[in-house]
Design a protein around this ligand. Structure first.
Ligand code: BGC
Length: 390
């Protein structure tokens, strides 16, 4: 961009900033978003790809003051790359993603990097009722509904730079009453922020005009090694003394089971590969880890709930959330059919998800914490993935 154009853009940004105090509006046609007190390239916008129906998808690149970057596309709010430093200060991409835009647009069976909604995880047979009124959701995973059917991961979101002084974008999407079978118009906003201390902060907000159910999460697959080969050498800690056993279709049985003395005990850092092949009925059902862990600390405050560590690179990722549980999915269904970013293929267990959320199938389990959202209530949750080395 030449200097004159830069100045015009700056003036435009400065004017908008003065007009609305905090927020600097993004000029529609610009490729650079200028934000107050940040480097000019803290948030940049560019064309990503055009879908078959002509919809243009944009890509936002966020960069914090240390050089950590994140790329997000407006399709599915998908995080297509996220870099973190290793023990030598080398930044490498640590999330799985496709090499071709079409792989995101045409199915994305793995839900790589996406915002998940309205209901993250499974609902048995896609059925639930509210105040005695039955609802039928789209069934897309054997007999069950998974991740909202044609969910938020497959919707086009509206993006805007957010306002908190650090590189940040706000994605919004309104899900119509009846979409995929869910009641109520649900207005949703997800904000991704890269903080100065190398954390990715995610906030989720939603409101409805009819009683409904909501359980939003993020489906990034992490591999802290930088080579996308395996997560079996990663160590995991989950501050959770119980997990939810599942049936053959991965629906919780309703029981909360103590993890002590089982392969599901991650109460202190443990290598993921250590017990993953143990003779265990639950591991057999999940084809590895694909379960919900219930945090020992049941408070609704943002607290540290676990961590992921890759010794060779030194990368350490702490997880904080205000949610009651987490789905740890060890990438069991990755099958080597998709090209990885470093020239190989995404093999089984080459990435893992740590999806902070409410328990699966809660609408059908009165004992589980509620996922009902009423008109007038504000759904607001927060999760933080913080990167450092050790
Ligand atoms: C689920 C897995 C599912 C995967 C799809 C995870 O959140 O727990 O069972 O196969 O999403 O990528």
């Amino acid at each position: 961009m030449n200097t004159i154009k830069k100045s015009i853009l700056f003036l435009f940004a400065a004017a908008s900033f003065t007009a609305c105090k905090k927020e600097v509006k993004i000029e529609k046609t610009s490729t650079t978003v200028i934000k107050d007190n940040m480097a000019t390239d803290a948030v940049t916008k560019s064309d990503y790809a055009t879908m078959a129906d002509g919809t243009k998808i944009e890509k936002y690149t966020l960069k914090n003051k240390n050089g950590m970057t994140m790329e997000v596309i407006t399709f599915g709010g998908i995080i297509t790359s996220l870099t973190a430093p290793d023990k030598d200060g080398k930044y490498q991409d640590i999330v799985l993603g496709y090499t071709k835009a079409d792989d995101y647009f045409n199915g994305n069976p793995y839900f790589f990097g996406a915002i998940i909604g309205r209901y993250g995880n499974r609902i048995a047979k896609g059925k639930f009722s509210l105040d005695g009124k039955p609802y039928q959701l789209t069934v897309n995973d054997g007999p069950n509904s998974l991740h909202g059917g044609k969910g938020f991961d497959k919707r086009v979101w509206t993006a805007d730079a957010a306002t908190d002084g650090m590189p940040s974008i706000r994605l919004s999407y309104t899900s119509k009453d009846g979409e995929e079978g869910y009641p109520g118009n649900l207005t949703t906003a997800v904000i991704y922020t890269l903080t100065d201390d190398n954390a990715l902060e995610i906030t989720y907000d939603a409101e409805t005009d009819k009683k409904t159910i909501v359980n939003l999460t993020q489906h990034s697959y992490f591999n802290l090694s930088g080579d996308f080969k395996t997560i079996l050498d990663h160590e995991l800690e989950l501050k959770a003394d119980k997990m939810l056993p599942v049936d053959a279709t991965l629906i919780p049985t309703g029981e909360l089971k103590a993890v002590a003395g089982t392969p599901f005990d991650f109460t202190t850092l443990k290598q993921i590969g250590k017990d993953i092949n143990a003779a265990d009925d639950q591991l057999k059902k999940g084809q590895g880890y694909d379960h919900c862990w219930v945090f020992t600390d049941a408070s609704k405050e943002l607290r540290e709930v676990g961590a992921l560590y890759h010794k060779a690179s030194g990368r350490y990722m702490q997880v904080f959330t205000d949610q009651p549980s987490i789905q740890f999915y060890s990438g069991n269904f990755l099958d080597g059919t998709k090209a990885s970013k470093n020239g190989g293929k995404y093999e089984k267990r080459s990435g893992l998800c740590l999806e902070t959320q409410h328990y699966p199938d809660s609408p059908n389990e009165p004992k589980f914490p509620t996922t009902t959202l009423n008109p007038g209530e504000k759904y607001h949750t927060k999760t933080v993935y913080k990167f450092s080395v050790k």
